[in-house]
Design a protein around this ligand. Structure first.
Ligand code: ADP
Ligand code: MG
Length: 247
């Protein structure tokens, strides 16, 4: 494939588990600054797709290009350094540390060669913690123990921990599961805000939420893409209604 403007270009991607094709010759292109939502019935392969993009699972076939660079055989930590951030379904924050400390430990260290510039590094960290805390709406909770946050706030904190790394592609798996109505509204605003500086892939079931945030929707079914396009277009597609929305 030649160079493209896509931040992410997935082509011919497949993975098999014991002969079962969980992802089957899938193509996916995500633009810079795009917020893509992936929907589909349970078992469609949505989580597996994110596992393949972030490097948690190795592809059997196909290619994953991030900013025109081949990622398919890179280990997960190298993909993180390249700018791919991934949030899993269950939050993985440090409950015993404060919100501040959770963000602080997520600042990428040792990236540059000049690790000796400690003073500058420290003020960089503080600046980033403050700006990320503001972005996720936890600027007044910085000293609070993370374990005391509400369920929604914990999810936002974990998104903040990813933002500390300034990912160019951020992937979230069912970020509003278990949230209250109010928390869902706040999360929609949060996601719209943070995708102004990056691309995002969000897996979600709640169609009202999807309608609020999605630039484009990809519908997966049996490891393949069933439909893709604007929300209204996808919602009106008889095949989508048949396998997913009709239930
Ligand atoms: P979704 O997130 O859309 O609900 P998943 O990606 O979790 O779907 O799963 C897709 C299919 O792949 C399911 O049938 C699941 O059981 C299977 N699968 C996912 N991961 C593994 C694995 N590590 N080993 C074996 N089967 C898996
Ligand atoms: Mg899943």
């Amino acid at each position: 494939m030649s160079n493209t403007d896509f931040v992410l270009a997935v082509e011919g991607l497949s993975v098999s588990f014991d002969g079962f094709k969980a992802i089957d010759s899938l193509n996916l292109y995500v633009d810079r600054g795009e917020l893509r939502v992936v929907i589909g019935p349970n078992g469609a392969g949505k989580t597996t797709l994110l596992d393949l993009i972030c490097g948690k699972t190795r592809a059997s076939e196909g290619s994953i290009k991030f900013r025109n660079e081949e990622m398919t055989r890179l280990p997960e930590f190298r993909r993180v350094r390249k700018g791919i951030g991934r949030k899993f379904q269950t939050p993985s924050i440090y409950e015993n540390l404060s919100v501040f400390q959770n963000l602080e430990v997520s600042f990428p260290r040792g990236r540059g060669v000049f690790g000796a510039l400690t003073f500058r590094r420290t003020s960089d960290v503080l600046d980033r913690v403050r700006s990320v805390a503001g972005e996720i709406g936890l600027e007044n909770q910085l000293d609070l123990e993370a374990g005391l946050l509400s369920h929604g706030q914990k999810q936002w904190l974990e998104i903040g921990m990813l933002l500390m790394q300034e990912p160019e592609l951020l992937m979230l798996d069912e970020p509003i599961a278990g949230m209250s109505v109010r928390e869902r509204e706040v999360t929609a605003e949060l996601l719209k805000r943070i995708c102004q500086n990056r691309s995002m892939i969000v897996i979600e079931h709640d169609m009202a939420f999807v309608a609020q945030i999605a630039h484009k929707v990809t519908v997966m079914h049996q490891g393949k893409i069933l439909a893709e396009g604007a929300m209204e277009q996808v919602q009106a597609d008889p095949r989508v209604i048949d396998v997913y929305l009709g239930h």
